[in-house]
Design a protein around this ligand. Structure first.
Ligand SMILES: Nc1ncnc2c1ncn2[C@@H]1O[C@H](COP(=O)(O)OP(=O)(O)OP(=O)(O)O)[C@@H](O)[C@H]1O
Ligand SMILES: [Mg+2]
Length: 252
């Protein structure tokens, strides 16, 4: 593993009105790490991922991506080469054919994508088809994206990410809407791609089982704070029980 620091969070704080979503978090993640973000509903996982993606502003603190402040990146291709996002809604354009959604990974701006959607250069086509092969969707290349099942759309989003090739991938509950067998498949596929491309992955998960199976480090959040941040093998059942314990049920 390289020693380059891909992400550094320094005392980041996020409020919504008076509700604290992230409370002065600090941590850093090295290039190539596979980090699972876990914790009860409302703990701040989505808020954290969305702040790193530059989608929501922080009240205080600083985020460094590849040693440069997040704010120094302009939205666009350069940032898209650093950070790629898989959200639950996948951000796919339903009425477009699968192949166009995959090629959108090469562009950073949906306005341009919509304008160019009918343009298919042979080289681009080859790149997209290769990515679709890797996710097992070649037979859907020219189908309308919205006609695919949730799991298939998740794989389209992954093929798009392969074309985008960002250094760091942020995935917010990437397998939440899938049946268990499919979820395991999709997650295994994501991890394989990330390892092959030497990317850094931060994924929020509701399944501790998947976090343990596929990730090398687990950061848990509770009430907007880091509850533990440990190599996977150090995460005990007791810690997990305490993490997910309901408010007021604590024996401490
Ligand atoms: N747009 C918003 N406006 C007001 N409060 C919000 C908003 N988004 C999130 N919150 C609050 O911030 C806190 C953290 O929410 P967040 O969505 O980050 O949690 P989460 O860990 O992703 O939860 P889940 O596991 O349910 O997805 C919650 O208390 C939530 O109610
Ligand atoms: Mg969430």
């Amino acid at each position: 593993m390289s020693s380059k620091t891909m992400l550094e969070a320094k005392n980041i704080t996020k409020h919504y009105e008076r509700k604290i979503a992230l409370s002065s978090l600090s941590f850093s993640i090295k290039q190539g790490e596979l980090v699972a973000l876990i914790g009860p509903s409302g703990a701040g996982k989505t808020s954290l991922l969305n702040s790193i993606a530059g989608l929501i502003p922080l009240q205080s603190g600083e985020l460094l991506i590849d040693e440069k402040p997040l704010s120094s990146y302009k939205k666009g291709k350069l940032f898209a080469k650093k950070v790629g996002v898989i959200r639950q809604q996948f951000d796919l354009i339903g009425p477009l054919a699968v192949i166009h959604n995959v090629l959108a990974g090469k562009l950073a701006d949906w306005g341009v994508i919509k304008a160019l959607f009918s343009l298919l250069l042979p080289r681009d086509k080859e790149i997209a088809i290769k990515a679709l092969e890797r996710v097992g969707l070649t037979d859907k290349t020219f189908e309308i994206t919205s006609s695919l099942s949730g799991g298939e759309q998740q794989r389209v989003a992954m093929a798009r990410l392969m074309v985008q090739k960002p250094e760091m991938i942020l995935a917010d509950e990437p397998v939440a809407s899938l049946d268990p067998a499919r979820a395991d498949d999709v997650l295994a596929m994501l991890i394989k791609i990330v390892l092959e491309e030497k990317q850094t992955l931060i994924a929020s998960l509701h399944s501790v089982e998947y976090a343990r199976k596929y990730f090398t480090r687990i950061i848990s959040l509770k009430n907007g704070e880091i509850f533990f941040d440990l190599p996977t093998e150090k995460v005990t059942d007791d810690l997990l029980a305490e993490l997910y314990q309901l408010e007021g049920a604590s024996s401490r």
